[in-house]
Design a protein around this ligand. Sequence first.
Ligand code: NAD
Ligand code: UDP
Length: 312
Amino acid sequence: MKKILVTGGAGFIGSHLCERLLSEGNEVICLDNYFTGEKSNIVHLLDNPYFELIRHDITMPFFIEVDEIYNLACPASPIHYQYNAIKTVKTSVMGAINMLGLAKRIKAKILQASTSEVYGDPKIHPQKETYWGHVNPIGKRSCYDEGKRCAETLFMDYHHQNNVRIKIIRIFNTYGPRMHPNDGRVVSNFIVQALQNKNITIYGDGNQTRSFQYVDDLLNGMISTMKTGDDFNGPVNIGNPNEFTILELAEKILKKTQSKSKIEFLPLPSDDPIQRQPDISLAKKKLNWEPKIELDEGLDKTIEYFKNKLSL
Ligand code: NAD
Ligand code: UDP
């Protein structure tokens, strides 16, 4: 039985990860400051004697003995990470330093939940791990993008300088049950709006694209990356390469929910990337991984979740 620390474990992805790691026979310690996560995401795990929940902010040092660390703590939705931009940078950078320091001290393996945002508004399409990105260092998204880029730098430097066993995954847009209804990200926004027959808010003309990955596929990629040998550190893209325009997504959700909502076009936020699609050849080669759940199936499961959550 491995002892595993999950930072950000009460969030959307973290709560699914805690559940999966427990079901695979591990002991899990979930650490969260509840900025965007909720106890309700993990309350069903509290009776499990191999699950422990700790309220802690990773910008402060933390000491524990574990075998592995999954570092997920960081708000992921643009409205939440822009709410307190300085705190977002602190969480990514000071949080990485604290968790890497811990990994170094206790000789644990540590995985960083990085993001496709490190590619910014990409000039190369689809994005390969070798692409350095096109990121605005002083814009509204910079606290998140540059914070995550600096965290990647720290992970590599702790590896090269101190032999810390690291893994970096770059997660592309992920959706599924337990996204917060007010999370602000596109899949949850559109589903909640459609189920409530409120206007569907498309930012810009809706021709910008994203590649949407269902959370179960991400977990498989994340855990497979953690299991790789010490000769592989990443970064590795984990995402679904099927690309859709935001308008196509809205139309799919409207049809599936049989909603009476109308589409409303609002201004595009600054630095909103035009295109986003992962090249996953490295993940296929190194992890023997590829996503299995296509958008239609994943949306059905997510719509079902929100129907229950909103008691519709
Ligand atoms: P989320 O907001 O649901 O989860 C983040 C969790 O981290 C929350 O529970 C929050 O309370 C916690 N947290 C935030 N700051 C903290 C701090 N200082 N100390 C302790 N806990 C803190 O978001 P998510 O979608 O589950 O994202 C999880 C991770 O995956 C994040 O690091 C995010 O950057 C990364 N990621 C997510 C996506 C996506 O599409 N969901 C894409 C790329 C990367
Ligand atoms: N978006 C939208 N309406 C919404 C929320 C988001 O049109 O209600 C757009 C947003 O401008 C972006 C895309 O959907 O172009 C994905 O946004 P999200 O915040 O989900 O993720 P990210 O921009 O970080 O990929």
